[in-house]
Ligand binder design. Sequence first.
Ligand SMILES: [Zn+2]
Length: 496
Amino acid sequence: MTAQALQQRDLAVVIGLEVHVQLETDTKIFCGCSTEAGDDEEPNTRTCPVCLGLPGALPVLNEAAVEAAVKIGKALDADVAEETRFHRKNYYYPDLPKNFQITQYDAPICADGTLSVSVEGDRRDIGIGRAHLEEDPGSLQHEGGNIETASHTLVDYNRAGTPLMEIVTDPDFRGPGEVRAFLAKLEEVLEYLGVFDASRDGSLRIDANISLVPADEMDPDGAVDEATLADANRTEVKNISSHKGAEKALAYEVTRQKNAVKRGREVEQETRHWDESRGITVSMRSKEEEKDYRYFGEADLPPLRVADWKDRIPIPELPDARRERFREAYGLDAEAASKLTSTKEVADFFEDVADRFDAGLAATWVADDLLGELNYRDMAITDVSDRLDEFARLIELVDGDEITEKNAREVVLRTMLDEGLAPDDVVEREGLGKAGDDAVAAAVEEAIAEHPDAVEDYHDGEGGALNFLVGQVMSKTGGSADPGTVNGLLRDRLDG
Ligand SMILES: [Zn+2]
């Protein structure tokens, strides 16, 4: 369709993604080098002849990477191949020492999956066309600037050979918000599977294809036919490294394309680079086509039969299923269930607490108090997962009426996190044990004797007087009395 023709039509956005996920394995995909970056490690130290692409070096496939790929396939409800093969994708680039990347072409390990996401309350099923294994290239460091302005570029092969799963979606996204929701969901699923570490730098990298098509050529259910898509020019945006970055990059690119159409200009079919610091996409080079890569079979790796792996390799309960179960089994509302399944570790922690107490009580303490305090301190549940007994003891102290809820929340829990103390030690050090009945009764008598004016005001019906006296008793007991009890005692005494 010509630019002029497109100018007259209402436009719809069509986006498809290629998501590169670094798999969390101990060693690289084709050699025994570690995938774990040490602190302040030197460049080119986690390397060997295989990942440096030296002549004659032979790849050996890492079983753990294949297992992770099968788990991902199962979680995405995809078909896991009976037999899968590797190919060489040929291109010359400094971060690729062999001048080809070992990847998968016509026999990917997984195909035809789906991931459902909820976008503003609507469920959207995003098709996964394929998901395949490949090796990560090395990384380039542009000195003194970015890819366009650097004086020179250094290359580090420590990353080369890290196992990647490339997940290719169908062109099912209708806007940047859907992409963000999908990526967040994908990360969550991958973390549940234990095959992915979101905190690792560059562990999720996204390329996105974006086109504008005439809105009236979309099906009512939002699907777009291949002819319409083939007719539209698209750009591929590379170098997106987070789900937040993806939404920004795509919002920018959609606006850029719409502005071009509005002015009657053609959207160039090209590859663009997302420049995160400037918040723009810039043209990189004209897009290669598949034939440019001269794919051919990797003769150094035999075909791999994975027919029985799908049954052999279990996957854990996934976030959606776990949320649903939490709602039913523990009677939680949607918000609490969602909070308590935000990571597998949080969900495990909650279930351990719920085993010991009433589920509602456990949910309040974990979802509202513990997660809130951890979040405030930039800590994660994994920082306290070995302190389950201490946390349970804190709930027990409140539940057994030994300390007030207020003190438990505002003093004991916070001190436990800040100073690593056990709850009983905090209670003792801070003198938080609930005042005994005699002590509270004595404080009530004292407060009444010391403040006859307030007693008179109370009898005159001044509402504030009772609160004042409660405050006096609380202060005399160092905050260790229960305010409701004090209130009742005072009323009984004054009205009696
Ligand atoms: Zn190596």
